[in-house]
Design a protein around this ligand. Sequence first.
Ligand SMILES: Cc1ncc(C[n+]2csc(CCOP(=O)(O)OP(=O)(O)O)c2C)c(N)n1
Length: 338
Amino acid sequence: MTTATAERVSTERMLHLYQEMLLIRRFEERSNALFLQGKIPSTLHLYIGQEAVAVGVSSVLREDDWVLGTHRPHGHALAKGVSPGAIMAELFAKAGGCCKGKGGSMHVGDMAVGAFPAIAIVGANAPIAAGAALSAKMRGTQQVAISYFGEGGANEGAVHEGMNFAAVLRLPVIFVCENNLYGASTPVSQVVAIEHVADRAAAYGMPGVIVDGNDVLEVSRAARDAVDRARRGDGPTLIEAKTYRLCGHSRSDACNYRTREEEAEWRDKDPLLRLSHRLTAGLDAVAVATLDEIEREVTRRIDEAVEFAESSPSPAPEDALNHVYWEERGQDGRCNLP
Ligand SMILES: Cc1ncc(C[n+]2csc(CCOP(=O)(O)OP(=O)(O)O)c2C)c(N)n1
């Protein structure tokens, strides 16, 4: 097991990463507000506090690489390039949503930009990511697949099967464990007997890397190493990103299983705050006005996403059985599965 170090990067790249993280943060805050107004049916698992993980990882991916998200997937999808409007419309259960309004929050994704529709069964995406990576290896496309899961998910049998299969066949998968310390209300110490989930990598014969999951530069450096290794044909890597969700597990969570002091400590380590400090202080010396400009641009994109969702129609009843599985119909009307 190794620990990652922060990457030396240009100011331009840091501003880009900042904008990507801010897009997720503001998207999540707005969807929470819309949920409370009763505009979003079902529940929401927000990604507030974990933005550096998805953004750091996706920042080193190609468009045709794949990410496989979890029940907390808005950040995974946004960072991979799924349109904010299509995600918001999906949360509204509207026909313009990325799953045509039939998946909701826990299934957002868009294969056109390499984001599998997310899988809400905890840990279930690991063997699917391995399968996608096997297809990339067989076709020689050099694509990589990212399997996200939490420290709770790390204990699911499917995660072990996926990791073992990927290691044995040296598949181009990066397993990213977002260790945010709690699986719903259960502290990690009650479900994992060792200090670092990344230590388990040795048992599969793959590198295990620990990163500060609230430092987008460190995440992106570790992800780049893992992606390079995967594209070279050297197989999978397990990255454990130590992070914290700065919100409840899902709606109506009073967070009584953790202290306000602990939350305050992690608020000081907020990934956005950390990058904005780094950008405005020291060598980079980016003007605060530049960050304000980014804030305005992000707000404009979120406003546009909400407008799109509001004006999108509900799915038509006659479409109830359409678009449930991936399908392309040929001229004869028959399904051609990929
Ligand atoms: C197989 C399975 N068991 C239980 C659940 C219910 N559930 C949803 S989220 C969650 C906690 C997951 O914790 P973790 O994997 O650490 O991810 P986090 O919520 O912290 O992002 C549980 C138990 C589920 N969706 N799937």
